[in-house]
Design a binder for this molecule. Structure first.
Ligand code: SAM
Length: 290
């Protein structure tokens, strides 16, 4: 196995020119060209020779080379078929890498972890395509995939949303979902000049370390997330109105008022003021109504 050689602008341009590669905007293609950032991501993921790593969107294989040098096995899923022969070239010296040409949203990752890692927790590392950050992260958590941690490059604003609490404009359903399943930690902010081509927005590396046990006791998690979505769908409305207007919920106005009072919340409270603990208490109180 050779040491990673991609990761700087010169090498990246050489590969792109050799294959006359044309960037596809629709696939969110912004390739990393900064070795310090690559080192930071791989260090933050704390990869060891025991680890099975899933990489989403390997591009021309830049980060894949770093991951393969650190891990036992890397499984990389790339949607763009034009990149497959390039990856076969740049990763030819790395025997512990498997490339799959597929849309990550169509991959049964739970089965993959079962087959390739004996069902033990996997690590996910990626410079994510920004247009599908939320479905990818939520799919990993809600799909009951055994996960140790997810260390990913995302849009800076999305990283902020994942780690804030109530009382800020960024707080929402994504914050609560991420914090229910994991402990978020922003590793680094990354400026546009670390990518080719440069994205229009700032980026950040965030590590989500999966909780062994959720931080709150919830009897019906699906119901709690329906309540959370209903509360943030109409941000300017009260919690009671948000719950009443949700197509996903069928509680009467009276039931909603009773539950809000039983939890000790003021009548006109807004969903954006509630903590994860408060949403758990609310969901558990609705379960009791059944
Ligand atoms: N990892 C590379 C790097 O850091 O240089 C490339 C990162 S680039 C931001 C995102 C990559 O994800 C691209 O290679 C893109 O083709 C791929 N991609 C986009 N949508 C995808 C999907 N649905 N499934 C798998 N890969 C996808």
């Amino acid at each position: 196995m050779t040491a990673p050689y991609l990761g700087n602008p010169k090498r990246t341009i050489e590969v792109l020119q050799k294959y006359e590669f044309v960037f596809q905007k629709k696939f969110g293609q912004n390739f990393l060209i900064d070795t310090h950032v690559l080192d930071k991501i791989v260090n933050a993921a704390e990869i060891t020779k025991e680890d099975f790593v899933l990489e989403i969107g390997p591009g021309i294989g830049t980060m894949t080379q770093y991951l393969a040098s650190a891990a036992r096995e890397v499984f990389a899923v790339e949607i763009d078929k034009v990149l497959i022969p390039i990856l076969e070239d740049t990763l030819q010296d790395y025997e512990n890498v498997t490339i799959l040409n597929e849309d990550i949203l169509k991959v049964d990752i739970r089965k993959l972890a079962e087959e390739r890692n004996g069902g033990k927790p996997i690590k996910v590392v990626a410079n994510l395509p920004y247009y599908i950050t939320t479905p990818i992260i939520m799919g990993l958590f809600e799909g009951e995939v055994p996960i140790d941690s997810i260390t990913v490059m995302v849009q800076k604003e999305v990283a902020d949303r994942m780690q804030v609490g109530p009382g800020t404009k960024d707080y929402g359903a994504l914050s609560l979902a991420v914090q229910y399943y994991a402990e978020p930690y922003i590793v680094a902010n990354v400026p546009p000049n670390c990518f080719m081509p440069r994205p229009k927005v700032g980026s950040a590396v965030i590590r989500l370390t999966r909780h062994e046990k959720p931080p709150v006791a919830v009897e019906d998690t699906k119901l709690m997330f329906r309540i959370i979505r209903a509360s943030f769908n109409q941000r300017r409305k009260t919690l009671a109105n948000g719950l009443k207007n949700s197509p996903e919920l069928s509680f009467t106005k009276e039931e909603i008022q009773n539950v809000i009072a039983a939890c000790g919340f003021p009548e006109g409270i807004r969903g954006e003021a509630l903590t994860l603990e408060a949403f758990a208490a609310l969901a558990n109180a609705f379960v009791k109504l059944r």
